[in-house]
Design a protein around this ligand. Structure first.
Ligand SMILES: [Cu+2]
Length: 104
């Protein structure tokens, strides 16, 4: 393999990383992270990379949303307008929880 082929994926990652949204997967009925941090206005993407339908919701005042059903393969983007910290859960799988912190 040439050096060019080896370094190409790294170069792409470096270019894309600062603009990429924070993605939380749902494989195996678990959120892929237990905690995530996003900035105000930055996109937080829930990606159903599992083979069952999930829900994502937050009941926290000022951060409430509810994606009633996310089929396998579905993505849902959320962004928040103020700083704070709250839990996002799945109504179908009570063990699923990810703590989201929104910073300036
Ligand atoms: Cu679920």
């Amino acid at each position: 393999m040439s050096a060019r082929l080896l370094f190409a994926p790294l170069a792409v990652a470096l270019i894309v990383a600062p603009l990429a949204p924070v993605v939380v997967g749902q494989k195996g009925k678990k959120f892929s992270q237990s905690e995530v941090t996003v900035k105000v206005g930055e996109k937080l993407v829930f990606n159903n990379d599992d083979d069952v339908t999930h829900n994502v919701f937050s009941a926290a005042p000022g951060f409430a949303f509810n994606v009633v059903a996310m089929k396998p393969g579905a993505n849902h983007e959320v962004a928040f307008t103020k700083t704070g910290s709250f839990d996002v859960r799945c109504a179908f799988h009570p063990a699923m929880k990810v703590k989201v912190t929104v910073t300036k």
